[in-house]
Design a protein around this ligand. Sequence first.
Ligand SMILES: Cc1ncc(C[n+]2csc(CCOP(=O)(O)OP(=O)(O)O)c2C)c(N)n1
Ligand SMILES: [Mg+2]
Length: 347
Amino acid sequence: MQPDLWALYRLMLHSRLFENAVIHLWDEGLISGEMHMGIGEEAIVAGIVSQLIEGDALALDHRGTPPLLMRGVDPVLLLREFLGRPDGLCAGMGGHMHLFSREHLAASSGIVGASGPAAVGFALSGVLQRPGTLAVAFFGEGSMNQGMLLESMNLAVVWNLPVLFVCKDNGWSISTMSPSMTGGNLLDRAHGFGMPGIAVDGNDIESFYAVGEEAVQRARNGEGPTFIRASCSHPEGHMLGLQLQRIARQPLKEMGEIAGPLLRSVTRVKGASLRERVESVKEILSMLGKTIKEEYIPGDDPLKLTRQKLIKDESRLDDLEREVLQEIEIVVEQALEPEELELGRTQ
Ligand SMILES: Cc1ncc(C[n+]2csc(CCOP(=O)(O)OP(=O)(O)O)c2C)c(N)n1
Ligand SMILES: [Mg+2]
């Protein structure tokens, strides 16, 4: 079936603007701790979530915001959760990584690889209690070195479960590049377990949707799990506040702050030989350059690519974008309203 690009763009834009608002609140200090964004993954998420039906389940990783939003979780509750409020989605106890919505059969975890076993459990319960439904596991390519994910892929094949294993491959796990820790080809791993594995450009919503559709059909027809490796990039880096990311954005300011301590560590009297120290600094700088170049310079932005396909109807596009922006402004306003409990207390 041809995807409805307008509906997909709307889902993606809603998620992007919501996350931009999250970045703003984080910068203001209203959201604390690490914050992993799903920016750059929107086409992968929209391409799958838009094909789900009631009773399908979502097992998510540390970038759960886009899938939860696109599945219909109330954005006000989600934002209040990030703000750590008792009236948030999980009573302010889940933060942005450990979320659960019973209504949407969706659960996320910050434990890398944990979405695999969770999806297999969801799928098994689906076979027993909700025939015709499926479960999706979203995870990064770094998770493919976690035993529990590989074990869950094996079980999904053995039990012929309706699972979509969706690997969002940005080529990095925090600051480690994939080739330095992952051997072989990820598709071969899926094939080794006896399931189809398909690679696709995760920035191209139409190609991705088509691959997703095939996997969804296989699962619903009782033909078992599918592995999808979708390439993407994270323009916000691994998480907000990471120093490498700050250096990429404001090299002069950030390097100015680092230069002093770095110089002092090289010129200290005690410790390693001068040659060793200079070598270490050279290594750090080369790693820095590589990281900035490869991770923080985004590849193709899935939203921009989708937008280009819709630009011929500019006024419809303008209306849609204005409407979504207004929706997000209202969400932020409502999320920041004082807690009802507190109001009661002060009266
Ligand atoms: C079991 C476990 N090991 C290590 C970590 C720390 N950690 C958090 S995110 C991450 C990188 C994950 O990389 P990837 O799966 O590729 O996801 P990405 O962040 O690139 O989306 C690591 C190692 C963790 N949360 N859980
Ligand atoms: Mg990764």
